[in-house]
Structure formats: structure tokens, C-alpha cells
Design a binder for this molecule. Structure first.
Ligand code: 3PG
Ligand code: CO
Length: 526
């Protein structure tokens, strides 16, 4: 019997919630998705907490852990959990890298750069506190913290809460022999934390602010945040960069001999700044000016194939037996496509945080360039362009397994703009309708799922004293859909099914043996 091609669509950030209020998924006009859900075999999958290797079921899902789980068919302890364990066991502080950086900083300054929140997607403020405390205990005298303000994995305007927490924490430690303070910062969508090379100028701006102290000066982070909010009303993730200065002099530029730790554990938005610190003359993304000679380490190694960064404090999960590895072994031709913002999700995250291909001949990766604009202004993003190419690839008959990620539900969902997010979900639905037709043409099978929720809850619960709903910009804890179109199967209805059950399902539909290490398939053939 001829093998039927399988196409997998990840609708990023499209979760399931019964709530009507602020649910952009429910509010969207989405005839294709509704029809698929009503007429095709389907189930709901866990996409958060323990089901994707996070420390607790209170942790919302995210694209890294979601795509890791889909792409490897297993649940690995993820960065958030591994760093917790590494700090609790003190192994982190016994590592050669930590010792080297601390030793070097004793007569210089120890810098920490990272996302300041308890979102637990890229970082956790408690990790930063543990590092600062230990640095003091081991004799470091001067610490400078460069804070990236969140509002994307945590409430939209919560930056001051975290700034207060870290400042109180440092003030309690400060004494005659120890001096720790915030030196610079800015919104995470403005400086430093670009991903997949979508916008290097963001990283350049962060570099100049953190390293050279070049930027608008303020006496404190609180003053910077309040001033920017009053001037332009921007939310935390979009706050412009700032430098803390005294008498016109920045309090914490990065100098020769200093040590620098990037305390984020997630890799996509960490890699570019790592390269700026780690690379020598070959670095050509922007002019780094007088690059200081520092010891640099990341909280994790973000890409083990590419060795980014060279030094790190926690071993990343060693994700083995990925779906790609299995398919390549079977000689299956794969095709992966998305736009820049999620391109690495269907390649790097998908393949267990590896950027390199297993087999150049069997894997085709296509990136559609994302716009560099606030996505609420173009909520359809590149859904039409991705679909054009995906349809071509499906109809070419060259590939047996094709996958894509439509970022709209997530990227627009993160703006907190309900109206735009509804349009984003509608754009995905329009694309799905086109993909369905192409799949029909080649007698293929279409699987539709999501990596985590976001668009399904666009309002935060109002506090007792609040009259209006506040925008919710972060992901949700909700389950995600899993739909099978074009195959006569039954989907299991089991509370425990999660994203890690997808890999075996894909293999079953491709008539390929699933890897023995994977979690079971979601479907039963009739
Ligand atoms: C981001 O990096 O944009 C958010 O922190 C998480 O979003 P993602 O997990 O959907 O990429
Ligand atoms: Co997201």
C-alpha cells in the first residue's frame, strides 16, 4: 500500500477554554477549525507543567518545552527544573565554570544579565537571588545586575514588583564589603532578547546599554520605569533601555577582567547576546566597540551542537531519540516551515535544541522572513506566505512528513490585544482551509495541534479593586486540541495524554515503527 503523507500543523498559542470572556479562540470566526473539531477524531492534550517536564503543574507551557515534547515523544526535565536541582544540590556552585567566574570577579565585578521575573519560561528571579547570595559568600565584592523587564510571561505591568524584590534582596546583602545594585535594563522586546536573528539591532542596543553604559540615564530602575510609563504609556516588555548613573557616570559598565553570567535558562532569546560575548573578530552582526575581555557563561548551554555559549553552569537536558532521528533512519523525507519568529521552534526546539540537521538530504527547512513590527498591527503575520509554500511542498509529492507552526495565536496573543488576536486566529483558520484542500489532493493526513495556550485567555482575572479587565499577555495552563483529518482512526480520551504522545502517533500514521522510548500513540486504528 502506498504511504500517505502526513502534515502536522502547530497553531502556536491556541489552547482550549470553555470561558467565553476574553477568549480570542472562541470569539474568532473559524469555520475550518470548528468543522474539523466537530467532524473529525480529536482529543485534548496536556501542554503544561509535569506533562512537558516543568517543575510543577502550576507552570504554564511554553514553546520550547512544547516543541521539545512533540519532537521527541518523551518528557525530559527541562531547564527550569534542572537549574532548581542544580542550585539546591549546590552542584552549580561546585562547577569549574562557577569557580572560575567567581575567582575572576573577586578583584573586579560580577555581572548578571537576564529576564527579571518568576515567569519560569526563560528565567526565575529566585535563581538570580541564589547566585548573588553565593557570590557574596565566596568573596565577590561588587555585583551589577542588568535587568530585562518581562510583562510577557507575567502580568503586563508587573516590572516594579520584581525590581523591588531584587533591590530589597540586594540591599539586605549590601554592607561595607559588598555592593550590589541594578546597573542597566529595558523591556525584553526592546533590547537584548531577540531570537532567531529576527532583529539584531535589538541586541546591539542591549550590548551598548549593558556593556558600555550608553543609553538614557536614570538614578534608579524605578525612576526609569515610571518615567517611560508616564511619557509613552508603554507596557513592560516594550519599555526602552536605560542606564543607571550617578553624577552622569554609569554605575556598572562591563570592563576587562569582569565576569558575566546570563541567568536565562532558555536558549532561543539567549543565543544572540551569547555570540556577542563569546565570538572573536569573526563576529559581524554589529560593531561591539571596545569589547571588554571578560569571562562569560550562560545558565545553560543553549545549543550543544554549536557550542553556544562556550561556558555554562547547568547541563542542558540531553534530548535523545527524536522523531526526526527516527524518520531519517527510515528514509522519510521531512519538510519544516515557519516564519522567523517560530522558525527555530519547528527546527531547533523540535529536534531537541539542535540547530544542525541529522541528514541534509532528507530534511528541508524553509524560513519565511517575519516582519519587524508590533504584531497587533499585522495579526495575520506571514500565515499566507507560509501556506503558499507549504501547499507547494505538499503537492510536490516529495515529502512524506511536513510540519509547520503558525505563530499568530501566540505572537499576537502576547501583545494583549484581544481584537488583533481574534484576527490572528482567523488568519490561521483561513490557512487551515487551504492546507486541508492540498492534503485532500494528495490523499494525505492532516494533524492539527498547539504547543500551549495563549489566545484562549486574553484577560487577567481582575483584582477586587479593579473595574476593568486587564490584558493578559502570557500563556495559559489550558489543554490544546489534537485533531486527525483524513484518517479513519479513533483518538483516545485519556486525561494524561500530552504533547509527548504525538511523535508515536505520527509514526503510526506513516507506518513507521515508533521509538521504544516514546510515550504511546494517541490513536487507535478502527
Ligand atoms: C517569548 O519568548 O516570546 C515568551 O516568553 C514565550 O513564548 P513562546 O514560548 O511561545 O515562544
Ligand atoms: Co509565547
Amino acid at each position: 500500500m502506498e504511504k500517505r503523507p502526513v502534515v502536522l500543523v502547530v497553531m502556536d498559542g491556541v489552547g482550549i477554554s470553555d470561558k467565553e470572556l476574553g477568549n480570542a479562540v472562541k470569539m474568532a470566526y473559524k469555520p475550518h477549525l470548528d468543522k474539523l473539531w466537530n467532524e473529525c477524531p480529536h482529543t485534548e492534550l496536556r501542554a503544561h507543567g509535569l506533562a512537558v517536564g516543568l517543575p510543577t503543574d502550576g507552570d504554564m507551557g511554553n514553546s520550547e518545552v512544547g516543541h521539545n515534547a512533540i519532537g521527541c515523544g518523551q518528557i525530559y526535565s527541562q531547564g527550569a527544573k534542572l537549574v532548581n536541582e542544580n542550585i539546591d544540590s549546590k552542584e552549580l556552585f561546585n562547577s569549574a565554570t562557577w569557580k572560575e567566574l567567581v575567582e575572576g570577579a573577586k578583584d573586579h565585578t560580577m555581572h548578571f544579565i537576564g529576564l527579571l521575573s518568576d515567569g519560569n519560561v526563560h528565567s526565575h528571579i529566585k535563581h538570580l537571588e541564589a547566585l548573588i547570595k553565593q557570590a557574596k559568600e565566596e568573596g565577590v565584592k561588587k555585583v551589577r545586575v542588568h535587568v530585562l523587564l518581562d510583562g510577557r510571561d507575567v502580568p503586563e505591568t508587573s516590572a516594579l514588583q520584581y525590581v523591588d524584590e531584587i533591590e530589597n534582596f540586594m540591599n539586605d546583602l549590601n554592607d561595607d564589603s559588598f555592593d550590589a545594585r541594578i546597573a542597566s535594563g529595558g523591556g525584553r522586546m526592546q533590547i537584548t532578547m531577540d531570537r532567531y536573528e529576527a532583529n539584531w539591532p535589538m541586541v546591539e542596543e542591549g550590548w551598548n546599554i549593558h556593556v558600555h553604559g550608553k543609553g538614557r540615564q536614570f538614578a534608579s530602575a524605578t525612576e526609569a520605569i515610571e518615567t517611560y510609563r508616564n511619557e509613552s504609556g508603554v507596557v513592560d516588555q516594550d519599555l526602552p533601555g536605560f542606564v543607571i548613573a550617578k553624577d552622569g557616570k554609569p554605575v556598572g559598565t562591563i570592563e576587562d577582567g569582569d565576569s558575566v553570567i546570563l541567568f536565562n535558562f532558555r536558549g532561543d532569546r539567549a543565543q544572540e547576546i551569547c555570540k556577542a560575548f563569546d565570538e572573536g573578530e569573526e563576529f559581524d552582526k554589529f560593531d561591539r566597540g571596545n569589547k571588554p575581555d571578560v569571562k562569560f557563561a550562560g545558565m545553560l548551554q543553549y545549543d550543544a551542537d554549536l557550542n553556544i555559549p562556550k561556558k555554562y553552569l547547568t547541563e542542558p537536558p540531553k534530548i535523545r531519540y527524536t522523531l526526526t532521528e527516527q524518520l531519517v533512519k527510515e528514509g522519510i523525507n521531512e519538510y519544516a516551515i515557519s516564519e522567523t519568529q517560530k522558525f527555530g521552534h519547528v527546527t531547533y526546539f523540535w529536534n531537541g535544541n539542535r540547530s544542525e540537521k541529522f541528514d541534509d538530504n532528507l530534511e528541508t527547512y524553509v524560513e519565511i522572513q517575519s516582519d519587524v513590527i508590533p504584531f497587533e498591527q499585522r495579526p495575520w503575520m506571514k500565515s499566507a506566505e507560509i501556506t503558499d509554500q507549504l501547499i507547494q511542498a505538499i503537492e510536490s509529492g516529495e515529502y512524506q512528513f511536513l510540519r509547520t507552526n503558525y505563530p499568530n495565536g501566540d505572537m499576537v496573543g502576547h501583545t494583549g490585544n484581544l481584537e488583533a488576536t481574534i484576527i490572528g486566529v482567523e488568519a490561521v483558520d483561513l490557512a487551515l482551509g487551504r492546507v486541508m484542500k492540498a492534503v485532500d489532493k494528495v490523499n494525505g493526513i492532516l494533524l492539527i495541534t498547539a504547543d500551549h495556550g495563549n489566545a484562549d485567555e486574553m484577560y487577567d482575572k481582575p483584582k477586587a479593586d479593579e473595574k476593568v479587565h486587564k490584558a493578559k499577555t502570557s500563556h495559559t495552563l489550558n489543554r490544546v486540541p489534537f485533531i486527525v483529518y483524513g484518517a479513519d482512526v479513533v483518538c483516545k480520551q485519556d486525561d494524561n495524554l500530552g504533547l509527548s504522545n504525538i511523535a508515536a502517533t505520527v509514526c503510526e500514521l506513516l507506518d513507521v515503527k515508533p521509538n521504544e522510548h516514546w510515550n504511546e500513540s494517541i490513536i487507535e486504528k478502527k
